[in-house]
Design a protein around this ligand. Sequence first.
Ligand code: NDP
Length: 247
Amino acid sequence: MMLEGKVAVISGGTRGIGNAIAWKFAEQGANLALIATRDSERNKKAVKELSETGRDVRLYICDVKDPEQVVSVAEEILADFGTVDVLVNNAGITRDNLLPSLSVMDIDDVIDVNLKGTIYLTRAFVRSFVKQRHGNIVNISSVVGLMGNKGQANYAASKAGIIGFTKTVAKEYGRRNIRCNAIAPGYIQTEMTAALKEDQTNEIAKQLPLGRLGQPEDVADLALFLAGDSSRYITGEVIKVDGGMYV
Ligand code: NDP
């Protein structure tokens, strides 16, 4: 069990990549605080199913772009679980368009959720990590943050920002036994990417060295490695899970 008895916070942990990470972590012994925006039936069901692994899994409602909500949810999680060992900043959104057509709201929402949300949540937990002299942060960036992508200026900027943030946290807190790494997924099949038609996804798959689109589990396996002790000498890294898209 790679995460036996550990407590992990996963933003956006009820669906997509975050949910796959939650399953990997639960299967490896972690108790989970999952953050989502809604107390929906679907989110409650996701928590119930994860609880059937025998772990303590709880749902917390919080909009990560709201700094006050983030501070209070972090306090609530720390009070409920007593400690947090791993933070996965996974919550993210897209509002795609070519630059002149991006509204101010499209720009602000994406930067606020993806980048500021990551900064707010990390800031909210880092003090407890320092106090307990350990902590592990895994940020979900994107290959788009490394290579750019037409129609995703706001998103690419937010994901590139996460990389600078990750490296800074790694430098600021490495001496306190706190690690911080980023994952840069390529094209992963989730609701976020569901808008593309089958012929479009087939075309993308054909261009990839591994010849297929990614699955949430492909990302979750790396998240587990980074969250566990097998990666103990790795910090400040950005690791791609992209089927070779960037090569
Ligand atoms: P999904 O759209 O499937 O899930 C997004 C999750 O984020 C949901 O659980 C959602 O919660 C949560 N979320 C969204 N906004 C907020 C908010 N303001 N506060 C709290 N939680 C929020 O996305 P994916 O699983 O595809 O993506 C997960 C991460 O991976 C994102 O950061 C994305 O940018 C990144 N990524 C995805 C890629 C892909 O191809 N899919 C590629 C590269 C990176 P709720 O259910 O309440 O809405």
